[in-house]
Design a protein around this ligand. Structure first.
Ligand code: APR
Length: 231
């Protein structure tokens, strides 16, 4: 029998138990910074040093943390289902846990790109400075989708959501568009699971809410989905 498809929509909350802070739990501040200063094209124009330092700090922090049981449990599903992760996170914790198919809607901390040629994307795991240039001699910037910028992988993500039999939403406040609108493209009969200790989602058919932290809630869902196949 062919495997059913699962799409996982993950956000900052799945990495909280690894030690990475979420965004909206801190009054709009992100590690003490106004998001508009560090995560917008205007912020980059105004103070590149600040933006570079901010992402350098985040990159260093990322290299010190580990995937948690929520990231790891999702990998177990791959034996029984076609699993696609669509994450708003810029960390690499799904990769390190071992998931095979991961789409980063908002970019990746461990990549940088050319400011002139956006298709020149380079792996990067140290600090980025103003003196780091691409092959064409242009400055490099963090490979992050900032507020107000296009989301290049949105169409691909929408297509994946529209095909899924099961959709697991974990650790995202679903407040940032267009990512938050992805769920509107689910098939009417798709089963939707939401894991969040403070869930804020309008009721809809086929929705099951797990008011728990990611590690606990995801383990429950993974067990349920694996049992469903084994029956
Ligand atoms: N387990 C599961 N969920 C959790 C946990 C946890 N341990 N701790 C917090 N949460 C939930 C919060 O209740 C909240 O609903 O995770 C959610 C985090 O929401 P946000 O901080 O808004 O993060 P996210 O939805 O990923 O943000 C989206 O905003 O700043 C931008 O580009 C950035 O990708 C990011 C986007």
């Amino acid at each position: 029998m062919s495997k059913q498809s699962i799409v996982v929509l993950s956000g900052a909350g799945i990495s909280a138990e690894s030690g990475l802070k979420t965004f909206r739990d801190a009054n709009g501040l992100w590690e003490g910074h106004d998001v508009m200063e560090v995560a917008t094209p205007q912020g980059w124009e105004t103070n590149q040093e600040l933006v570079l330092k901010f992402y350098n700090d985040r990159r260093r922090q990322l290299l010190e943390v580990l995937p948690n049981l929520a990231h790891k449990s999702l990998v177990q599903l791959e034996k029984y289902y076609n699993v696609q992760i669509i994450t708003q996170n810029v960390d690499d914790l799904h990769e390190r846990a071992g998931s095979s198919h991961i789409l980063h809607l908002h970019g990746e901390l461990l990549k940088v790109r050319c400011t002139k040629n956006p298709s020149e994307i380079i792996h990067w795991n140290t600090d980025l400075t103003k003196e780091d240039y691409s092959s064409s001699g242009a400055q490099l910037r963090p490979h992050i989708v900032w507020f107000g910028e296009d989301v290049p992988l949105l169409d691909e993500a929408t297509h994946l959501v529209s095909k899924a039999a099961h959709i697991i939403i974990v650790g995202t406040s679903m407040q940032v568009y267009p990512a938050a609108s992805l769920i509107d493209f689910a098939k009417p009969n798709a089963k939707i699971y939401l894991v969040d200790p403070q869930p804020a989602i309008s009721p809809r058919s086929n929705l099951k809410v797990y008011k728990e932290k990611a590690t606990k809630g995801i383990q429950k869902i993974v067990n349920e989905l694996i049992n469903a196949v084994n029956q």
